[in-house]
Design a protein around this ligand. Structure first.
Ligand code: G3I
Length: 366
């Protein structure tokens, strides 16, 4: 099983092997949609009484999951569980640049449209993921974009992409504008194609373009591993602070929390939330999963879910998204290996102790 270093690289593995409260002052309203506030939440005394989306709503929290459009179509149990348990979804891949804009004049929105339509049908909010993600091996930037070396041409392509996608998906209320802007296990801006051609200001430019494209959407910067790496954590705080100080239209930050090496040090998540809340930003958990290590069991896994979600929600997070919800369908299987059971329902969609732990965190915050 991964030790600390291997675990950190492992979280980065997809990026090596294959593949975000109040705004900056131009107040665009509360960036986190109001979860349903139903009287039902008062009746939620134990997990069998009501689903996650109701008990989380009682705590004023969105509970979300990454979803795959083909599974919504092909697997009834998958679709039923998403609609029943979650009030937010993030297209796992369907809204990425390579999925929606694979060639300069080709726009392929069907898969993401299917997810957005499903969400609308079931009163579920949609988080857009992501507008810009460029790294060496795994990312979502098509080759045709990485072949543009003229700054003005690349800037035009970026603006056309962001504008066209956000205007088409105008019911998407939150966007990961830039995903993983920092080096995977470093402390500098990732030297990706946009950084090389447009300079470090590409991050701010992407947010400006996104704000112009949809002034009502909440704009997030999404990052991984900051929960484990103090250096990357400090670098992320510095990057976000600079964006806010420069008046860049950022509304929130996303902490991915792919917890391949178990629980972060106690207090790291709540301290991060407080730091960003002091900058008038929303903080969301955006891609939570907890693969089992040899030393783990379902009870210790539940304790990890409990720790990070309790710290986040207790410090003011109102948006918690899992990177999938059933062990039957998880990116972990392809990227870190099968059988690591990282999510809250098992292969048969039965709740695991982690489900109950999440449920109890929301119930306690209601
Ligand atoms: O759809 C094609 C299929 O037609 C083809 O046969 C198959 C084999 O080549 O590939 C399929 O596309 C894969 C896609 O997932 C859908 O399954 C891509 O190769 C594969 O790279 C892609 O992996 C995704 C990865 O991001 C890269 O985009 C994972 O599912 C997804 O869970 C992962 O999610 C990322 C977040 O976006 C950002 N944070 C890290 C997280 C984990 O890496």
């Amino acid at each position: 099983m991964p030790d600390v270093r291997r675990a950190l690289v492992a979280v980065a593995l997809p990026a090596l092997l294959v593949g975000a409260c109040a705004s900056d002052g131009d107040d665009t309203g509360d960036p986190t949609p109001e979860p349903e506030q139903t009287a039902d939440a008062a009746a939620c005394e134990q997990p069998d009484d009501c689903p996650l989306r109701v008990v989380a709503g009682g705590a004023d929290v969105l509970i979300g999951t990454a979803v795959q459009s083909d599974l919504l179509e092909s697997e009834p149990a998958y679709a039923e569980m998403v609609a029943a348990e979650f009030n937010s979804v993030t297209p796992e891949n369907a809204l990425k640049w390579d999925a929606v804009h694979p060639e300069p004049d080709t726009w392929t929105f069907e898969d993401a449209d299917a997810i957005v339509d499903f969400a609308a049908e079931h009163d579920v909010a949609v988080k857009g993921h992501n507008l810009v993600w460029a790294q060496e091996l795994v990312d979502s930037t098509p080759d045709w974009v990485e072949e543009i070396d003229a700054p003005d041409e690349l800037r035009s392509a970026l603006e056309e992409h962001i504008t066209t996608v956000m205007e088409h998906f105008d019911t998407v209320d939150r966007w990961d504008v830039v995903n993983e802007p920092l080096q995977t296990t470093g402390t500098e801006l990732y030297d990706n194609h946009f950084h090389r051609v447009l300079g470090p200001g590409y991050v701010a430019e992407a947010f400006e373009m996104a704000r112009s494209a949809d002034p009502d959407a909440a704009l997030y910067l999404n990052e991984n591993i900051v929960e484990y790496s103090p250096g990357k954590r400090d670098a992320f705080v510095e990057l976000v602070t600079d964006l806010v100080d420069d008046g860049v239209p950022i509304d929130g930050v996303g902490l991915q929390l792919h917890l391949v090496n178990g629980a972060p040090e106690a207090g790291v998540v709540s301290d991060l939330v407080e730091t960003f809340t002091d900058l008038d930003l929303e903080v969301a958990i955006t891609e939570l999963d907890v693969p089992l290590r040899e030393s783990d069991d379902l009870s210790s896994q539940a304790a990890v879910f409990d720790q990070v979600v309790e710290e986040c929600v207790g410090a003011g997070c109102r948006d918690v998204t899992l990177w999938g919800f059933t062990d039957k369908h998880t990116w972990i299987d392809s990227f870190l290996g099968p059988g690591l059971e990282p999510l809250i329902l098992d292969d048969d969609y039965a709740p695991k102790p982690a489900y109950d732990a999440l449920w109890q965190v929301f119930a306690a915050q209601s």
